[in-house]
Design a protein around this ligand. Structure first.
Ligand SMILES: [Zn+2]
Length: 250
């Protein structure tokens, strides 16, 4: 065996490394987004508390907005009443007078209906505020307890995020050095084949080889092409790019 100083990396070797990095980035990122089983109930319970609290706040806000709107309407109606009352002295006939009084009654009824609704809203607001105060009193404690339970996982998540980012960054650096056409081919197959576009050739016996992706045996000519050709050779079964690890030849 002669010592070889040939260090130029085979293009498929680079694609293989790229594939590894992309798979690592994906795996780490998926792990980061998946709450561990033993924390799922903790997370779900806290989510529910938070959602109920937010929903109550929303209802309170809506009730207060409605009350404000009604108060505005009452002010408008009061203006109308004043206008009608101002017209009373200048009324000429009994019929006109009666009609005007009817208008004033109608307006008063409108005011009363709004006042009734405001009273109901005030009760609702008071109840919601009392409930909210009760929840708010214990919420910080519950939140702290939740964060405490999640603390270990948050640390793990941060590490996973860094790992995912690092792998993605190195993958991007590798991509920059790969032939564009080769890269397009790689991406297309990776997308269709669960991220695995380049597969090693496995030797089954001295002259029998198979695709590590789908286990299909390679025809002798294809095996020879994979070992010697500079072109990309695809598996006839799964269309993945076949890769002969030349380090195994040494
Ligand atoms: Zn295959």
């Amino acid at each position: 065996m002669t010592t070889t100083t040939e260090t130029a990396t085979h293009p498929l070797e680079i694609l293989f490394q790229l594939q590894d990095l992309l798979l690592i980035a994906r795996k780490k990122s998926e792990q980061k987004d998946r709450i561990p089983e033993h924390l799922q109930h903790v997370d779900a319970a806290f989510r529910e508390i938070s959602a109920r609290r937010a929903e109550r706040q929303e209802r309170l806000k809506a009730a207060e907005a409605r009350k404000k709107a009604l108060e505005g309407e009452i002010a408008d109606v009061a203006e109308k009443t004043k206008k009608y009352q101002g017209q009373l002295p200048s009324v000429k006939t009994n019929r006109e007078y009666g009609a005007l009084l009817n208008e004033i009654d109608g307006v008063k009824r409108e005011v009363r209906a709004r006042e009734d609704e405001i009273l109901a809203l005030e009760e609702q607001i008071a109840t919601l505020k009392a409930e909210q105060a009760e929840v708010d009193a214990t919420f910080p404690e519950e939140e702290a307890r939740f964060e405490e339970q999640m603390a270990g996982w948050r640390e793990e998540q941060a590490i996973l995020a860094v790992d995912a980012e690092r792998a993605a960054k190195r993958a991007a650096e590798l991509r920059a050095g790969v032939d564009k056409k080769m890269l397009a081919n790689f991406d297309r197959i990776a997308k269709a084949r669960g991220g695995i576009a380049v597969v090693k050739v496995m030797m089954m016996a001295s002259h029998t080889a198979a695709c590590a992706g789908c286990n299909l045996r390679l025809r002798p000519q294809l095996l020879s092409d994979v070992r010697l050709s500079k072109e990309m050779v695809h598996c006839e079964g799964c269309r993945r790019i076949l890769y002969w690890d030349h380090r195994a030849d040494l």
